[in-house]
Design a protein around this ligand. Structure first.
Ligand SMILES: *Cc1c(COP(=O)(O)O)cnc(C)c1O
Length: 390
């Protein structure tokens, strides 16, 4: 069980407002803020190299922390600056030739899709959506019908940016592996709110951001690549951190996931992300998941009972993202009116998840994403504010 008083005391801003945007950019706990600000101060005192050297052990231990959270080995972890960077680095390393196929889910994220379409067009590969089942989750049966040996990659979004759906992962990974396809899991909206372990899910590659459910600083992300898959990948962007210049005509690449990292990065932000990882691990992933689901289900039940309000979340298994529309009130107007009442929500538009939104005939939904630090009373206040809209 999470001690609500403690986590709220660590997040002072959550008392003055109903903050429901952890799927966008969460409120970091003071432990994260202190690391980042403290390190920037230290850099100003002794220079960035000495300041980093003082944290060498902690930075090295960070790979173990991330591995513990993600159910893989420290050698399978790379730190990046966003989920999209992680996804793109991994995708660019997947060999792709003319006639190859890439399968995506209907809730594919625009940031992934544009990179995918851009490269597929350049090499003559195809990008094909896997139909969803009657509940809106990716259909494993439909996937099996699509799979053949030309499928190189299945891009699977675990939790979409625009709603509370949780896609099945293990079944998709097992089916994809039968034809030798790689599985790249966009875990940007799941890590930090759900239990996401590579050893249980069976995916080859996984991408995460720091600022959302993990409550880390902006400009941070994680890439995890299973050792079993790393031999199939051809990293495109390497520097003197990911490789060594061993002879005038030869560079030797690292064999672990750090081949995907660059030498330069924000040490302050890294330390902040590590503080966020420690914070999540200390609370316990299962306790976090339980508390987040509790808030989200409370919000969904409250909203569903309001006339003229429609909860838009797909799937049978759901998580901490709550999406809804209000009859006759545009999503942006809902967001702006709620903000005046001290409630922070965001709007998710067609352009972020084109296939899914078009399929459902939606142009925008309001997205409320309560983390564990939101009190049940605040969830009720949010529902009451929505009720007042009409
Ligand atoms: C936010 C989001 C991303 C992108 O994360 P960045 O850190 O902004 O690159 C990717 N996938 C999903 C599902 C997202 O919601």
């Amino acid at each position: 069980m999470i001690d609500l008083d403690v986590v709220r005391a660590d997040t002072p801003a959550c008392r003055d407002q109903v903050f429901l945007d952890s799927a966008g950019s969460s409120l970091p706990p003071r432990q994260v803020l202190d690391e980042v600000v403290g390190h920037l101060r230290r850099e100003a005192e002794v220079g960035g190299y000495r300041a980093a050297a003082e944290h060498a052990e902690e930075i090295e231990a960070g790979y173990g922390l991330a591995a513990e959270l993600l159910g893989c080995r420290p050698e399978e972890i790379a730190f990046t600056d966003s989920a999209t960077r992680s996804w793109d680095l991994a995708f660019a390393a997947v060999p792709l030739a003319e006639g190859d196929r890439v399968l995506v889910t209907e809730v594919e994220y625009a940031g992934n899709a544009v990179g995918l379409l851009h490269r597929a067009a350049a090499v003559g590969a195809t990008v094909e959506p896997i139909p969803s089942d009657e509940h809106g989750a990716v259909s494993v049966a439909a996937l099996r019908d699509l799979l053949d040996e030309r499928v190189r990659l299945v891009s699977l979004v675990h939790v979409p940016t625009n709603g509370g759906l949780v896609n099945p992962v293990r079944e998709v990974a097992d089916a994809a592996h039968e034809v030798g396809a790689l599985v790249l899991l966009d875990a940007c909206q799941s890590v930090g709110q759900l239990r996401v372990r590579m050893d249980e899910l069976g995916v080859d590659v996984l991408s995460v951001t720091g600022r959302k459910w993990l409550r880390g600083p902006r400009g941070t992300g994680l890439l995890a690549v299973r050792e079993s898959a790393s031999g199939l990948l051809r990293p495109h962007l390497v520097d003197l951190h990911g490789a060594e210049w061993v002879a005038p005509q030869r560079a030797r690449l690292r064999t672990d996931a750090r081949v995907f990292e660059l030498w330069e990065y924000s040490v302050a932000d890294r330390l902040g992300l590590l503080a966020a990882l420690r914070y999540a691990l200390d609370l316990g992933v299962d306790a976090i998941a339980e508390a987040v689901l509790d808030r989200a289900e409370r919000a969904r039940a409250g909203l569903a009972a309001l006339p003229g309000v429609t909860v838009r979340d797909l799937g049978r298994q759901r998580c901490g993202i709550v999406s809804f529309t209000v009859d006759g009130v545009p999503a942006a107007k809902v967001r702006d009116t709620l903000r005046e009442r001290g409630v922070t929500v965001t709007v998710s538009r067609t352009t972020s998840t084109l296939l899914d939104m078009t399929h459902r005939g939606l142009d925008a939904v309001v997205r409320a994403s309560p983390h564990y630090f939101v009190s049940p009373q605040q969830v009720d206040d949010f529902v009451a504010a929505v009720a007042d809209l009409r």
